[in-house]
Design a protein. Sequence first.
Length: 374
Amino acid sequence: MKEFHNKNHIIKLSFAYTISIIVLICIPAYLYMQSEINSYKFNQYKSIDEHTLAIQRAIYDFNDSKKMIFRFPKSFLMDSYLLSKDKELIFSTTSQALKYENNISKEIILSSNRLNAKYLIVTKEFSYKQIYLKIAILTLCIGLFIFISAYLIIKQSINPYKKANAYLDAFFNDAMHELKTPLGVIQLNLEILEEKQNSKELKRSLNAVKNLHLIYDDIEYLIKNKRVNYQKENSDFTELLKQRINIFESLALSKEIKLNCIIKDDINIEFNRTELQRIIDNTISNSIKYSKAKSNINISLIKDEKVIFKVQDFGLGIKDTNKIFDRYYREDSIKGGFGIGLNIVKNICTKNKVEVICDSKLNKGTVFTYIFNS
């Protein structure tokens, strides 16, 4: 699937490059087309002149001969008409009536002759279709050549980057795999030590490990999101939210923050559990991170016509709510973090058509509201 997307991207890039080149050569192509049209028109009129002259010569030669039968010079491409001085038809090479529409023609006055013809008219169907067809074929050939050339060049040029990207993917996958076990062991041992010996140092260490787990989960999601299709499933929103709040309670207590929860029972939604956890974790962790010490955070989950998940803090507030979902954007660099959490949340919400509302006032707090289709 990934290979297919890469190939599709190369084709789109090659097509865009081809269109750009064709646009650049539009002016010389237009000048060439005008030149071809003028040349074609000149050749058509020249051929009529030559055929008219041949007929006229044949008529005058017939005058000087003793032949009784006049052999009229014919052409498969042109129609000829001999008319009397009263413009009555004497002879024509076609059964069709004389017409000038969509034709080019030449009319000459003849000298006295044995055919008693006064006027000679030669007509030829005239159309630019041949020119347009020729230019279309030429443009298609040039475009196809540019497209194939661009495709091959781009494909060859990105091969080193594909190899480097594959190497980095393998490296990060191995690194993430190796980090997960020691992080779990550290957290488990710190929790055991905390039960035996309650100290601020242990709590701080345990909270630091929990923050590392949150960062680990975000990075793992970003890596897997490129190749893993997170399918929707029946998720117990109520139970998952309670579990995650229990994990965040120690982080909140370290700043003496109280978590006020209003969570309705038995709320289930069709949503991937991993993606739902990323929304919950990043929203609550940001609220704790940017809340003032000894403040409150209100967390609610209700179901009316739709499922509404809301997290309200009374902290610093957000200066620019339009930028917080941009990757690597951070309101306060002192607070740390990579600035990827809310970007992940936004992408998940966009993918699953979840409405996100961020209402914030400086030094008063922020409310994140997520509206799910039940």
